[in-house]
Design a binder for this molecule. Structure first.
Ligand SMILES: *Cc1c(COP(=O)(O)O)cnc(C)c1O
Length: 230
């Protein structure tokens, strides 16, 4: 086994153990491979190891990889901050957008998704622990946003996405409670199935609290040594 295959097996085993611990079935937690800053060849290798869902943060970098890897059946997730003037590419090129935190962004994505494309999957990003510097809507805005966004034509509103401060994993439980509480506001509650939370350093706690999708970069691809830019 090469390094990336090996790393993926380790992460899958960690997910499995966390699920057993939480008395959950392992298939209830999906692994999203966060590949920002890593070259297309690394994604191709991870794909060969069996990985299909990849998450990217920076639009231009992601578009280059989508182009370079168009021969593969990758499910592309955008997990970065969504800028209002960048929604067209997100609507057309991605399968999922996790960082939606305002109605206007969801409306633009719905309008810009092409008619012959399937509905765009999105998660609503919530600033669950009230960090000043963070993107995401406030927890008390979520119910109203779910009501509104779940009615948009080309959008499939799948759930919530949170990025708590490091070491603040206790709030994963709050995110799960909010996720459960707002389901009834959804125009299509059967679509509400995704709680995107947990990264390399805190995926055990996230799974214990009810995460259905962990976004893992470092534990899969190693440390990111390139300088990250927006
Ligand atoms: C970079 C990133 C991750 C992955 O973080 P790791 O600690 O490398 O696993 C997950 N989610 C988001 C939103 C990120 O930006």
């Amino acid at each position: 086994m090469n390094y990336l295959q090996d790393a993926r097996q380790h992460v899958l085993q960690q997910i499995q153990r966390a699920c057993e611990h939480a008395q959950r079935a392992p298939e209830t937690v999906q692994l999203l491979a966060v590949s920002k800053t890593h070259p297309s060849e690394s994604l191709r290798e991870m794909y060969a190891a069996g990985q299909r869902a990849f998450g990217e943060n920076y639009l231009q970098e992601a578009l280059d990889k989508i182009e370079a890897l168009h021969d593969l059946e990758i499910e592309w997730h955008f997990i970065g901050h969504v800028q209002r003037n960048k929604t067209k590419h997100l609507a057309e090129k991605f399968d999922w957008v996790h960082g939606v935190d305002r109605l206007i962004i969801a409306e633009r994505l719905s309008n810009q998704r092409l008619q012959d494309q399937s509905d765009l999957n999105i998660c609503l990003q919530v600033n669950i622990d009230g960090q000043d510097s963070k993107d995401g809507c406030a927890p008390d805005e979520v119910a109203e946003l779910v009501t509104q966004i779940s009615q948009l034509a080309k959008i499939k509103l799948r759930g919530l996405m949170v990025i708590p401060a490091p070491d603040n994993t206790a709030v994963f439980v709050d995110a799960k409670a909010l996720f459960d509480a707002v389901k009834e506001k959804h125009a299509h509650p059967e679509h509400w199935d995704t709680l995107s939370m947990g990264m390399s350093g805190d995926l055990d706690a996230a799974i214990a609290a009810g995460s259905t999708m962990v976004r893992v970069g470092t534990a899969l691809f190693g440390k990111r040594d390139t300088v990250e830019k927006k």
